[in-house]
Design a protein around this ligand. Structure first.
Ligand code: SF4
Ligand code: SF4
Length: 167
């Protein structure tokens, strides 16, 4: 067992409260700088009026321009992204939110990694281990409606959380 890996796992899980480990590296495709959703509080911004107020709160928001809207909310692109060179024009002083990207919080927003992104996420706990710990818990608060109900976990893997394609 790799001791350093186990320490990292412990810190991520119990200190940072993470559920996934991020792997890989940025390929500098720029997709995440050209299609951005903004979450404020518990919801994703979906009105320009709301965004106008928000853009005074953090310098990062002042870089964004509205490109469109879909079911999730407004879609922004960042004016610091150089479309020709495919680089961030302020790379060395880019905001913390860009330095930390991608973070697993995007999954809780209903978003996912851009297609072809060099990063991937793996669950910290293997699905089989989670299932085992759930099986060990007493069923005192559960209601079983029928003995005939069977849940098939056979197609559940430890791979990345996947998003449905949306048009
Ligand atoms: S989408 Fe992924 S690979 Fe592309 S620039 Fe963003 S972080 Fe890097
Ligand atoms: S500041 Fe740079 S890294 Fe951050 S979204 Fe804009 S172009 Fe991308």
């Amino acid at each position: 067992m790799d001791f350093v890996l186990e320490i990292k796992k412990f810190i991520n899980k119990y200190i940072f409260r993470k559920k996934y480990v991020r792997k890989g590296a940025c390929k500098r495709c720029g997709a995440c700088c050209s299609r951005i959703y903004v979450r404020h509080g518990k919801h994703t911004i979906n009105s320009e009026k709301e965004f106008t107020v928000l853009r005074h709160l953090h310098p990062f928001y002042s870089y964004l321009r509205v490109e469109g809207k879909d079911d999730l909310g407004l879609i922004f692109s960042c004016s610091n992204f150089d479309e020709e060179q495919h680089i961030c024009k302020i790379h060395k002083r880019r905001p913390g939110i860009c330095r930390r990207y991608p973070d697993e919080i995007i999954f809780s927003m209903g978003a996912c990694l851009s297609e072809g992104c060099g990063y991937s996420f793996r669950p910290i706990d293997k699905f089989a281990d989670v299932l085992k710990s759930v099986e060990k818990r007493p069923l005192k608060n559960c209601m079983i409606f029928s003995d005939d109900i069977k849940i098939d976990f056979s197609d559940v893997t430890d791979e990345n959380p996947q998003c449905e394609e949306s048009d």
